[in-house]
Design a protein around this ligand. Sequence first.
Ligand SMILES: Nc1ncnc2c1ncn2[C@@H]1O[C@H](COP(=O)(O)OP(=O)(O)OP(=O)(O)O)[C@@H](O)[C@H]1O
Ligand SMILES: [Mg+2]
Length: 307
Amino acid sequence: MDNIVIETRQLTKIYGEQTVVNEVNLHVRKGRIYGLLGRNGAGKTTIMKMILGLSSVTSGEVDVFSQTIKGNEKYIYPRIGAIIETPGFYPNLTGTENLEIFAKLRGTSRPNAVKEALGVVGLPYRDKKVFSKYSLGMKQRLGIANAILHDPELLILDEPTNGLDPIGIAEVRSFIQDLCVKRGKTVLISSHILSEISLLADDIGIIHNGVLLEENSLAELHKRNSKYILLQVSDTAKAVLLLERRFHVKEYSVQDTHTVLLYDTDLDMAEINKALMLENISVISLQLCNDTLEDYFKKVTGGEGIA
Ligand SMILES: Nc1ncnc2c1ncn2[C@@H]1O[C@H](COP(=O)(O)OP(=O)(O)OP(=O)(O)O)[C@@H](O)[C@H]1O
Ligand SMILES: [Mg+2]
């Protein structure tokens, strides 16, 4: 498909006895920010390394720009910018000097590439501070500047906000959004912090023990996890019939023989209760619920949650 920039099919990585990435099918769409969310050790870095050819694939396939990574890398990788773990910068050179070296190595022809990249991440151009004197936040920024130096179409950023303070995180978030919205870049970003991903990403993949448990747009996840009325009754079939006829309920889902979720939260719960009882339908429970995204992640990752 044209609008898919990265697609993995049954992507699997096995180290010894351990399957660390298990048949993952992920889809990163053009011009969008895809957040790969998972706890420590979930397999995020390994997936990114396989996409970038930094780690061999045990089985399955990776397509980038609609080309399967197998011999086409020479044409594909110049179109990608990545930070996976800290890049090797020279400690005794300044940020500008470091980037100038990387620009030469990569054959970046644009004359202002270094200045522009530093500007995007908010680092000064041609200042005197050497890399070894940089704070962690500045190092992270330089890493991102290095990744965007050659103006790639696709950015793969492995936990780029690790170790940043809240203001630093907000700034990085804002320039990643700018890169996507103003410059049309596609971004695959990983994090173990739900709040960070939910403020940034358009689409989310939840990875747990190497398995992609869910892949969806943030909007869809929010919709699914908003307010609802939980109704537990002796007979859902009879209850639903009554709700449809008497209360004109259309938006609902039957969960099991005793449970129905009603998505219209303006319904009069007392009236519903009364009507059900008059029809001899026992009401076990009737309550307004407000599932947050966090509750949802806890549920899909087996109770412990993320972050
Ligand atoms: N070279 C390796 N040899 C053996 N096992 C490895 C290797 N690299 C990673 N693993 C294992 O693979 C699993 C996934 O690791 P990975 O680094 O992909 O997780 P992650 O989601 O990036 O975690 P974190 O949030 O801590 O960065 C872990 O159990 C890790 O120990
Ligand atoms: Mg990692």
